[in-house]
Design a protein around this ligand. Structure first.
Ligand code: ADP
Ligand code: ZN
Ligand code: ZN
Length: 822
């Protein structure tokens, strides 16, 4: 048999592209690349007629796809895989469990630098003749004038110039008329940065030769001599070319001739934009109580059990985490330390850097794309083993992850809610740990009921640490009855005379005061005093919040903003009243009561840059700011010296939320907050104003009775079938047209109801029934953790979604699933 007829196997690859697509597309591999493709590798693939995306190879296969002709892959973007099989397994799990597409996971998991984008470039066709122009419509004319002024232009630029999205039809028609030519340009988002360095060669090691050469140079070429002296004098006899050129105005030619003579060597070095932080410090000696906890955790780890460290604030949880981190790192293994909030990472990293002598990689979204891309590579290549990061750090390319630490495990910010995948980092960490055979050490002063129940069921081990370091005392927690105080005319705005007195007294002693109010802006809404009309967002069914600092009204759901109307849009009355109270208003109020004090806000709107956090905190620490008014952000694990008093002017905001978790959350907030008051020997004080001063949550905080509260609340949750005893999925149906969304929800109800019965609640109209111009109808699915086959039900939901969207009139209806909603 001739070699010519030997069967050549054609290889196909299944590819994940960063798009929300329900299926994975298959591409064909050119024969010459058969041995060069791997699972986890980045490649470029065509998509549609004009788009090119970078994707990740998900699977190699010899079978062609069914139903369509596979396109060829266009390019191999890496020589080796950048995503491991383990990572892909984790992506699979995320997409199945949280009911999203692999493309959604890819978009979250890989730093944007790895996602090459397709930028279709347009230019005038070389044969274009303006004299021979067919009539164009006005949009086409606009595009033409754009093309006449610039050589090439991206589709995106056309979109923004014409202020419209759908420009493709014009482009297409101009393409057909022969006016435009298109080219596809693959744009690498991330390019490593190189810099040139000058190194002295070993010629200079011999002193006699060196002196001779310098003497000669000084006579023949003073330029070369000066440059050489400068280089030899640089630390380590090396210097960046740029710096030499700048400082000594040395020409390129001088450098090249020095290199030719063998005096120096010019080397291109990859410049690291990402800077890991080098920790330089030692672990502290643990106290006896802490040592007991460490022993218990070790026992649990021996039994392959994940551990929940329930340690009161100030008990030294951080030191215990680091004890275990160092053990793993010493063995050369990797450790992931999750924190709930970007705002806290910086603070924690600097603290950790003083306690451990390891290089720390910091993974969160405040870093630039290039920084994160570089960090990704460093973790993948095992150059960095210790990662501190927010929830997305779960997607780092670990190879030998030994330990996952989850600080403040109960924090709701571990759940990604603003986009898919709607994963919960703590829960997903269990899966990551399973795949990597890692241990989990979670900690909290107020563990989530979910984790407490897992401990009750002996799935995980709970370890308690109920003693504060050096016997610090929990704050004195006092509630004030707002109803009584109002009746007795003892209020100055939002502050009772008791609160005002307490603030005065602390400040007289140069102690610090925090006012906690979990509502941003100045006034949550503006209402007309004549007709009662409130200004609503144009895109959402919700009142606009008034921000005095911007002098604008803004929507907290979609970011829409507008100037404040002078007159009521409904009846033209000028009688507009600010309703409700936000932090800005609180600050204003305090300024009236204490005109001589320096008062500052600490919330998302007062903080625009990464460095602002630290600036405000430093100013407070140093006493420059005397009262800090903050939202939830303040309650979370930031330590200040000398906070003697915390005032909560309105506790009812948190007590009255219509949510089965509201008690759990309210306790957590108030308790965390109280943990900030008092340090060292001094006992702090917390003053809480409320219309329900004997609310069970307030009493529980006062008595530090979290465990007791949890026991009774868990019984209640079991009775009413709420998590952790059931599993919930939120199903929202969305469409631009209100009538369509109603009928789509009714139709979906028909499809689902038969099979799901009364597990399904709804459809109902949520309290915010329209967001970003999409009307919403909602279902809540409650499933039994034990009895129901949840993966099967999820499959059924996908099927039902597909049924709905293939029904006439409903193709544009969106169905979003939120698994384990917050
Ligand atoms: P938690 O995270 O449990 O609230 P921290 O780890 O922040 O507690 O510890 C509270 C304070 O006590 C910190 O200032 C910490 O440095 C100090 N501390 C705790 N344990 C020790 C120890 N063994 N040695 C020295 N200082 C400790
Ligand atoms: Zn009005
Ligand atoms: Zn809005």
């Amino acid at each position: 048999m001739s070699m010519l007829f030997e069967d050549r196997v054609t290889l196909f690859v299944k590819v994940i592209v960063p798009l929300p697509l329900p299926k994975i597309y298959t591409y064909r591999v050119p024969h010459e690349w058969t041995d060069l493709v791997f699972v986890g590798q980045r490649i470029a693939v065509p998509f549609g007629t004009k788009k090119v995306y970078s994707g990740i190879i998900y699977e190699l296969t010899e079978s062609p796809p069914e139903g369509y002709q596979a396109d060829y892959i266009l390019d191999l973007l890496d020589e080796k895989p950048i995503v491991s099989l383990l990572q892909l397994k984790f992506w699979d799990w995320i997409s199945q469990y949280y009911m999203c597409f692999l493309g959604d996971v890819l978009s979250t998991a890989l730093p944007a630098g790895f996602r090459v984008q397709s930028m279709t470039k347009l230019s005038l066709h070389p044969d274009f003749d303006p004299d021979d122009l067919q009539p164009l419509d006005s949009k086409e004319n606009e595009i033409l004038s754009l093309l006449l002024t610039s050589k090439s232009i991206a589709v995106e630029q056309v979109q923004s110039a014409l202020k419209m999205k759908s420009v493709l039809k014009y482009i297409k028609s101009m393409y057909v008329k022969g006016i435009i030519s298109m080219e596809e340009e693959l744009k690498e988002n991330y390019k490593p940065k190189f810099s040139e360095w000058i190194f002295c060669t070993d010629f200079w090691d011999n002193e006699t030769d060196a002196n001779l050469a310098l003497n000669q140079m000084e006579r023949k070429s003073i330029k070369q001599f000066e440059a050489m002296m400068y280089i030899l004098g640089a630390p380590g006899k090396q210097i960046e070319s740029k710096q030499l050129v700048l400082n000594k105005s040395v020409s390129r030619n001088t450098l090249i001739s020095l290199e030719k003579k063998g005096y120096i060597q010019l080397v291109k070095k990859r410049e690291d934009r990402f800077h890991a932080i080098q920790g330089e410090g030692d672990l502290v000696e643990l106290t006896d109580t802490q040592k007991v906890a460490v022993d218990e955790i070790e026992q649990a780890f021996k039994l392959k059990k994940h551990t929940l460290l329930h340690g009161v604030t100030g008990s030294g949880k951080t030191h215990i985490y680091l004890h275990f981190a160092e053990q793993s790192l010493k063995e050369g293994k990797q450790v992931l330390f999750l924190v709930p909030e970007v705002a806290l990472t910086e603070h924690l990293v600097s603290r950790v850097a003083q306690l451990i002598s390891q290089e720390i990689g910091v993974w969160h979204h405040y870093y630039s794309t290039s920084e994160r891309t570089e960090l990704y590579e460093k973790i993948r290549l095992r150059e960095i083993n210790f990662i501190i990061g927010t929830r997305n750090a779960l997607f780092a390319p670990f190879a030998e992850l030994d330990l996952i630490i989850i600080d403040e495990e109960h924090e709701s910010s571990y759940k990604q809610f603003e986009k898919r995948p709607n994963f919960h980092a703590r829960d997903a960490a269990f899966q990551l740990a399973k795949l990597n055979h890692s241990k989990i050490l979670m900690g909290s002063a107020t563990p989530s009921y979910e984790m407490l129940q897992l401990a009750n069921d002996s799935v995980i081990q709970k370890v308690q640490l109920l003693q504060r370091f050096e016997q610090q005392q929990f704050a004195e927690f006092m509630t004030l009855n707002l109803g009584d105080l109002k009746k007795q005319n003892r209020m100055q705005g939002f502050f009772s005379d008791l609160a005002v007195e307490a603030i005065k007294e602390k400040l007289k002693r140069k102690e610090k005061v925090i006012v906690y109010h979990n509502r941003k802006g100045y006034a949550p809404f503006i209402q007309c005093g004549t007709c009662g009309h409130t200004t609503q967002c144009v895109q959402c069914d919700i009142a606009l919040t008034f921000y005095k600092s911007y002098n604008q009204q803004r929507c907290n759901y979609c970011g829409y903003q507008q100037n404040v109307p002078k007159n009521c849009p409904a009846c033209s009355s000028a009688d507009l009243i600010m309703k409700g109270v936000g932090t800005e208003k609180i600050v204003e109020e305090l300024n009236l009561i204490f005109p001589e004090l320096r008062i500052s806000r600490f919330d998302q709107t007062s903080i625009k840059k990464r460095s602002d956090f630290q600036k405000i905190l430093d100013a407070f620490e140093s006493g420059e700011i005397e009262i800090l008014v903050g939202t939830q952000l303040l309650a979370k694990g930031i330590d200040f010296e000398d906070v003697a008093l915390i005032v909560v002017p309105d506790a009812d905001i948190m007590l009255n939320l219509p949510d089965f978790r509201s008690h759990e959350r309210a306790f957590q907030q108030l308790y965390q907050l109280s943990g900030r008051a008092g340090r060292g020997k001094k006992r702090g004080q917390v003053l809480v104003q409320s219309y329900q001063p004997n609310h069970l949550v307030l009493n529980a905080v006062k008595d530090e009775a979290y465990a007791e509260l949890a026991v009774s609340e868990l019984i209640e949750r079991q009775t009413f079938g709420y998590p952790p005893f059931s599993r919930l999925i939120d199903i929202s149906v969305k469409h631009k047209d209100q009538q369509t969304v109603f009928s789509a929800a009714a139709h979906l109800n028909n499809i689902l109801r038969n099979k799901l019965g009364d597990r399904l609640l709804g459809p109902l109209t949520p309290s915010v029934s329209r967001v970003k111009n999409m009307y919403i109808q909602q279902f809540l699915l409650k499933m039994d953790r034990q009895k129901d086959n949840i993966p099967k039900i999820k499959e059924f939901l996908f099927w039902a979604q597909n049924q709905l969207q293939t029904t006439n009139g409903f193709s544009a209806v969106r169905v979003d699933f939120d698994v384990d909603p917050n």
